[in-house]
Design a protein around this ligand. Structure first.
Ligand code: PEP
Ligand code: MG
Length: 580
């Protein structure tokens, strides 16, 4: 039995067998062939080249529709390399001379070409070595008949163990069969964490090296509440955890009794408690946990699927279905926040050295008005089916916001010109998740109907700490005085301009932070649906005066550690919750 400690990211307990989802690694066989077999190997090579070519052409088609020809031009370059007569000649020459299997020859030839390119001074040409490697790997995969495994095909209940899960892996996995998640890397606000919480799958991330301890089929316990994974537990441990699981279910059921009650402080201030969702299927959980609405619908998860972007019609159907199924409650759809850590498979055209500071969210949308306007049309058209709000992510300044609002107006005019019905008074808001936006929130607030603070990114950019990196997770601290001061600034600026302020980053669902956020004056908190009842319980047990007193005390403290200790003590004294 081995106990590993990681970062607790999604509460609950899973007991079951591991499925190790590994990046495919394979060894290249090396063997001698006879002179007669050279022709046969050359034919195998040609056949694999053809199949690899078809694969690349399909990728070009998919990504061109989505991102335009400029961004996937590297795929055309791969096609050229694949069919380069000189490359073919080298492979055939080597086959004849060395009489070895073609996979091995290919590896040798690719290595030689890459080494030659590497010795050049031109940086562009040197980087082409990676492309040669990429193309030869594609041919070798065809020669070895290697197919990509997908978590969507999982057919037995399993705890997925992986070094890392991409958002695309997490969003497409078979959610009925994944009962727990444990990964080497990742932090509390990584997208795997967010999705695990949304899908109510217990998860522990940032375990450093769980993939070295576990094999597919090993028995595991994932304790998402304490951030522990127990590998090959003994009978006593399993029994103990089954008892904890029963307690956990009882606690959850008790909390659900709060569903029909409002999130109202003891002295009568109403807070809107809303849910964050990634895919329309989550609406069931939103309703089951008594949310007042959807405060953040991360629309990019419609886009983070293999193959292609959704059409306007597909988007319209998704938005409409969410709006209709919450029956009049408000739904805040955020326009696509693609790029950064949310990459699309097959769309590695976004090849940036600093993607988190790069071409993402509204920056991407402004450079691709065709994609952006299609989304706006889908949203506007869906607005007649419910209570829609539109929200723009990653705004960094007023020019960006004004350009976005101009595109929205243009799209409205186009729809009006075509007599397509939509609600002309849809509230429009922005996320504040970049320090420059926080500092200019007084200016930005004049142009919008509401603001929602995206602390996942705001903390990342304020403290300069990668939200996905478990090695520096200790620095990723919502209670950092700089973060708290920024939140206060945003709330005060927005209230002065008369608009409401919400929070939809993970901090909104942090049980230790709830009192602070109420004391700072936030009007709305949006979080993973499973946390709503517990946060509601806290809000119902405090007064505004108490919360403001807590804020007064902690704002005078100098470090996040001090604030953290104070909040844990305060919560222990005044509140009653299962801490996670
Ligand atoms: C945030 O940054 O706080 C946020 C809610 O957006 P995301 O987590 O999708 O980046
Ligand atoms: Mg964000």
């Amino acid at each position: 039995m081995e106990q590993l400690k990681g970062i607790m990211v999604s509460p609950g307990i899973a007991i079951g067998r591991a499925y190790v989802y590994a990046e495919q690694k394979y060894s290249i066989p090396r063997y001698d062939i006879s002179a007669d077999q050279v022709i046969y190997e050359a034919e195998r090579f040609l056949d694999a080249v053809q199949k690899a070519g078809a694969e690349i052409e399909a990728l070009i088609k998919e990504t061109s529709a989505a991102v335009g020809d400029g961004e996937n031009s590297f795929l055309n370059a791969h096609l050229l390399m694949l069919n380069d007569p000189e490359f073919h000649e080298r492979v055939n020459e080597n086959l004849k001379q060395n009489k070895q299997n073609v996979e091995w020859i290919l590896l040798k030839v690719a290595g030689e070409i890459a080494a030659k390119l590497d010795s050049l001074t031109d940086e562009y040409l040197r980087e082409r070595g990676d492309d040669i490697y990429d193309v030869s790997q594609r041919i070798i995969s065809q020669l070895l008949c290697i197919q990509k495994i997908s978590l969507a095909d999982l057919d037995e209940e399993s705890i997925v163990v992986a070094h890392n899960l991409l958002p695309s892996d997490a969003v497409t996995m078979n959610k009925q069969k994944v009962i727990g998640i444990a990964t080497d890397v990742g932090g509390k606000t990584s997208h795997t964490a967010i999705l695990a919480r949304s899908f109510e799958i217990p998860a522990v991330l940032g375990l450093s090296n769980i993939t070295q301890y576990v094999q597919t089929g090993d028995e595991l316990i994932v304790d998402g509440t304490k951030g522990l994974v127990i590998v090959k537990p003994d009978k006593r441990e399993i029994k103990k955890y089954y008892n904890t699981l029963a307690e956990w279910h009882k606690h959850e059921l008790q909390l659900l009794n709060l569903n029909k009650l409002p999130a109202e402080t003891r002295d009568g201030k109403m807070i809107s408690l809303e849910a964050n969702i990634e895919i329309p299927e989550e609406v069931e959980s939103v309703i089951a946990h008594g949310a007042d609405g959807i405060g953040l619908y991360r629309s990019e998860f419609l886009f983070i699927r293999p193959n292609r972007f959704p059409t306007e019609e597909e988007q319209f159907q998704a938005y409409r279905s969410v709006l209709e199924s919450v029956k009049g409650k408000s739904v805040t759809i955020r326009t696509v926040d693609l790029g950064g850590d949310k990459v699309i498979p097959g769309f590695n055209g976004i090849n940036e050295s600093n993607p988190i500071l790069g071409w993402r969210a509204v920056r991407f949308c402004l450079s691709r008005p065709d994609i952006f306007k299609a989304q706006l049309r889908a949203m506007l058209r869906s607005s007649v089916y419910g209570n829609l709000k539109i929200m723009f992510p990653m705004i960094s300044g007023i020019e960006e916001l004004e350009s976005i609002l101009t595109l929205l107006e243009e799209t409205k005019d186009e729809l009006k010109g075509r007599d397509v019905p939509f609600n002309n008074d849809i509230p429009v808001g922005i996320m504040i998740e970049v320090p420059s936006a926080a500092f200019t929130s007084d200016i930005l607030a004049r142009q919008v109907d509401f603001v929602s603070i995206g602390t996942n990114d705001l903390i990342q950019y304020t403290i300069a700490v990668d939200r996905e990196n478990e090695r520096i997770a200790y620095l990723y601290e919502p209670f950092h005085p700089a973060v708290l001061r920024l939140i206060k600034l945003i709330v005060d600026n927005c209230h002065e301009k008369g608009i409401p302020v919400g929070m939809c980053g993970e901090m909104a669902g942090d049980l230790n932070a709830a009192v602070i956020l109420i004391g700072l004056g936030l009007d709305e908190l949006s979080m993973s649906p499973i946390v709503i009842p517990e946060i509601k319980k806290i809000i119902r047990s405090i007064t505004i005066a108490e919360a403001e007193e807590v804020v007064g005390t902690i704002m005078a403290m100098k470090s996040f550690r001090e604030i953290d200790i104070y909040m844990k003590q305060w919560s222990g004294k005044h509140l009653d919750f299962i801490s996670y």
